[in-house]
Design a protein around this ligand. Structure first.
Ligand code: DX5
Ligand code: ZN
Length: 214
């Protein structure tokens, strides 16, 4: 399985973002990761639909929207209009199966996301409704944190369960991904790498290439 790279714009300079997106697209990124935070599910506030709409006008890759919001089912319709892949948290208080089904019905790829406190076995029953599963390797809320190695075992368990069930699901990892941690995540079974602070720097092309070729 080839590696897909999904840069998180959370730590980017929003006033020069369209130039950075062009550079990243030229370097071969596969999607863009957009972190939506409501100040309730996580202790931070980021951006919502209007900003994603603006980013959509300046990008040619699928938008991978990571909702970190309380009871996300309330906003699925709005975000489905601007997302290509729409993900929400297992722990956020919505009916998981219904929300995954609704995302697909609205024409997006569905993604179920787990925080570091959630064990992979808890979401096995939902795998047939997922196009992607996102394993958080930091506590959601902020960019620039250190990778939690406990994510590796979760990725391995999820990859083997998908194989056992014959499901071709993307496995994404998010948080603290860099030159040292990315190879570990890929070896454990991840095929989609989110990276924020590692990619948004002068070396974004070189680093994108490095991740893509793992
Ligand atoms: C954290 C976000 C991440 C974050 C990643 O809640 O979901 O996408 O921006 O940033 P880095 O790669 O710097 O850990
Ligand atoms: Zn994220």
């Amino acid at each position: 399985m080839s590696i897909k790279v999904s840069p998180s714009v959370l730590t980017a300079d929003f006033l020069t973002l369209s130039q950075d997106i062009k550079r990243l697209e030229k370097a071969g990124i596969d999607m863009l990761h957009l972190d939506v935070m409501d100040g309730i599910f996580v202790p931070n506030i980021s951006f919502g639909v209007p900003v994603i709409k603006a980013i959509k006008k300046h990008s040619n890759v699928p938008l991978d929207v990571h909702l970190m919001i309380d009871r996300p089912h309330r906003y699925i319709k709005e975000f489905a209009q601007v997302a290509d892949i729409l993900g929400f948290h297992y722990e956020a208080g919505s009916d998981v199966a219904e929300t995954l089904k609704e995302i697909r019905k609205l024409g997006c790829k569905s993604c179920l996301t787990i925080k570091p406190c959630t064990q992979p076995e808890e979401i096995f029953e939902f795998l047939p409704l997922c196009d992607m599963v996102l394993v958080m390797s930091v506590e959601p809320g902020f960019g620039g944190q250190s990778f939690m190695p406990s994510a590796l075992d979760k990725l391995t368990k999820l990859r083997s369960e998908c194989e056992k069930r014959g499901l071709n699901i993307d496995l994404e990892v998010d948080g603290g991904i860099n030159a040292e941690t990315a190879p570990l995540a890929v070896a454990a079974g991840a095929n989609v790498l989110v990276a924020g602070s590692y990619l948004f720097c002068d070396e974004m092309e070189k680093r994108t290439n490095y991740l893509k070729n793992l």
